[in-house]
Design a binder for this molecule. Sequence first.
Ligand code: 1CP
Length: 341
Amino acid sequence: MSLFIETLRGKRGSRPPIWLMRQAGRYLPEYRALREKNSMLQMVMTPELACEVTLQPLRRFPLDAGIIFADILTPLIGMGANLEFKKGEGPVIDNPIRSAADVAKLRLPSPVENTPYTLDAIKLVVRELGEKTPLIGFSGAPFTLSCYLIEGQSPGDLERTKAMMVGDTATWHALQEKLVPLCVEYLVAQVEAGCRSLQLFDSWLGYLGPREYERFVQPYLTQVVSEVRARVDVPLVFFATGVSGLFPQLSKLNASAFGVDWRITLPQARSLLGRDLPLQGNLDPQLLAGPWEYVERCAREILADGATLPAHIFNLGHGVLPHTPPENVQRLVELVHSVQP
Ligand code: 1CP
């Protein structure tokens, strides 16, 4: 078994494994070169291109896992969302979900009908990587997907999302009930295509307080995690940002590990969770883009924090930023690899 998978299963290896969220992307010149000739959606929807982009960071750096190149929003296209990635604006959906009728219209195609391109890309990547480097599959969680579907763009302060949640609660619940099977089937299909671990992204969850989380999100998130874990025997990492106030609730999820952002230390996250689980994180991506001397200092502090945990997967607290020097990523991976037990 690989170091990454063993660590996710709670077994501390000779050193922490390392991969980076958004390890494929605009900070790499070879990504930008492909992106000049193709739209983001063309890159995701062409299995050979998605495979190539997934492999780009793995060719440069000896990372301990790959993550399939796709986006949390692409499965929404087959449901009926007109998704586009606009230059400078990020994702835009020009037919957002605002009413019960909009929710009723959402389709629920199987993953093979909905995202055949991602499942084919996974098969291509797994063939290239062989046994040594495991591939991570992923999905957005129902709450974060709802934010994009309802707001129709980067969610901002979640004005319309919260308005629907508390003002048109029946529509909110109907939407969650459609998104749960979408997420479950999509994650299971990625494992069947060859992924050996999963990550569930709930990037916008930190905008909710614990009571709204319990009332409007927890039942559905619990269902996604439990159903996936019952159906496939691979580790699942739950990732969100700004959720220290929700850790006591989140710790009830049957996740294998939790991703931690940079706003708290790993030992603080452990104590808020109140459970001994592997933790993944948590270098501030903005600092990774800065002077190496400070990156090294942070990385050593995080490694020391990680050494106090039952198991630690080194990662950032959020995704790699476009202005990150690739040399910093190179040196970071080398530093983590040089850790002595
Ligand atoms: O080239 C470009 O212009 C596209 C930039 C880009 C990339 C490289 C987007 C648009 N998505 C991706 C790929 C991606 N997205 C991956 C696979 C690549 C890898 O990790 O190596 C993954 C796992 C995601 C996940 C994702 N997309 C999340 C969850 C993680 C997170 O960052 O919080 C979210 C929220 C998205 C939405 C999205 N897609 C793209 C952007 C710029 C955004 C964020 C927009 C916003 O701030 O609301």
